[in-house]
Write a protein that binds this ligand. Structure first.
Ligand code: GAF
Length: 379
């Protein structure tokens, strides 16, 4: 893939680029907790966004998306968000670097990758992180990794209009081969957590659906959680986020039942991340899997960000002896489930799920075996 991107760059611009990449991510457990100052357990994966870039001089930036087969150009001194267009992620990062005082000048860029779009593997975060890393390398800005994470997240807020948490960008930049990252999203303290699954493997099952609700519902969930925190702060002003709210206190808050249910999910999911990590460190994969199933139950019934296709796949997994745990992953309303599958059962399970899913929904799911890989780097 990187060779193809390099050749397309050379053919288009007749010069040598530098090449960098940033990966997509999985999340083992801890969903919709990041923007609530909670815990997550993501990992970068071996599917990535590759960016080829070189200086252009002056003001013009010329972009080409290999996957969309589309060009786009903008002037470095005057550009604005272009929602629902891939270029908005790139311009969003440029804007963040400019605001932070980095003197970005014109550049030529070709990019592409193998992260399935809309599958909940954070292809947009990978693009933002790859662009930040590429510009930092090209112009010798030497931007600290954690700042790249923040710029990429802010690009998503300001240019894509999604008030996302920090998990996706953090995993894409900071990932480490064979480790997940247990991240405390309140303090940004993190620990690399070894993923040793013995006879088991991580398998993603892509529903191949993306329901349109996802972006608006994401921002609504965020507001509902904030309403819960505000109500709790009226009782105890030292409360910082839902991590400081007990289930008892939540019960006493003057908020709607919907807000209570959303907050309850987050409080319990934070505990599940800690329990799942403890189980993993003891090598108790069964207990780990139970937490993963419980996470899905909460996401589906309390946080209400699942959909019938995801629920179907997780219900199937619950009755399958070769799967220890399964749940939806990422923002929800489509995309992938993550499954802990016995190595010898992978083939059989793929065949069985394909048939059943096809019968029920008239489409074929896609399967990806994934393992933790390194975050952003130069190629
Ligand atoms: C999306 C967001 F971008 C993340 O920040 C996170 O909130 C996730 O949904 C849900 O856990 O991927």
């Amino acid at each position: 893939m990187q060779q193809k991107i390099k050749e397309i760059f050379q053919a288009k611009f007749d010069k040598e680029p530098i090449l960098v990449y940033s990966p997509g991510r999985i999340n083992l457990i801890g969903e919709h907790t990041d923007y609530n100052g909670g815990y997550v357990l993501p990992a970068a994966i071996d599917k990535k966004m590759v960016v080829a870039i070189s200086k252009k001089g002056l003001n013009t930036c010329r972009l080409y998306s290999v996957d969309f087969k589309e060009e786009f150009a903008f002037e470095i001194e005057s550009f604005s968000p272009k929602p629902n267009h891939w270029a908005t992620y790139i311009m969003g990062v440029v804007a963040q670097l400019q605001q932070a005082g980095y003197p970005v000048s014109g550049f030529d860029m070709v990019f592409g990758g193998d992260i399935p779009v809309g599958a909940g593997l954070s292809s947009s975060a990978a693009l933002e992180c790859a662009v930040g890393y590429a510009l930092s390398t090209l112009f010798d800005f030497d931007i600290p990794k954690i700042s790249l994470v923040h710029y990429a997240q802010k690009a998503e807020h300001t240019f894509a209009g999604v008030q996302c948490g920090i998990m996706d960008q953090f995993a894409s930049v900071m990932g480490k081969k064979d480790y997940a990252i247990r991240l405390d999203c309140r303090t940004l303290e993190f620990e690399y957590f070894p993923i040793e699954l013995g006879d088991y493997q991580l398998m993603l099952i892509d529903t191949k659906v993306k329901h349109s609700l996802s972006e608006s519902a994401y921002n609504t969930r965020r507001e509902e959680c904030e309403a819960g925190v505000k109500a709790a702060q009226r009782i105890d002003s030292s409360i910082r986020d839902l991590g400081d709210v007990s289930l008892d206190l939540l019960d006493r808050l003057d908020v709607s039942n919907t807000v209570k249910t959303r907050c309850k999910y987050v409080i319990e999911e934070n505990q599940r991340v800690l329990d799942a990590c403890e189980a993993l460190s003891k090598g108790d994969l069964k207990a780990f899997g139970q937490n993963v199933f419980a996470s899905h139950q909460g996401l589906s019934k309390e946080y209400e960000v699942s959909c019938k296709e995801l629920d179907f796949l997780v219900d199937y997994a619950k009755n399958e002896s070769g799967i220890l745990g399964a749940r939806m992953m990422g923002g929800g309303f489509g995309g992938c489930t993550i499954n802990i599958v016995h190595i010898t059962e992978v083939h059989r399970i793929k065949e069985a799920v394909s048939i059943k899913y096809q019968e029920k929904f008239g489409r074929t799911p896609e399967f990806h075996l994934v393992s933790p890989e390194d975050g952003s780097g130069r190629l």
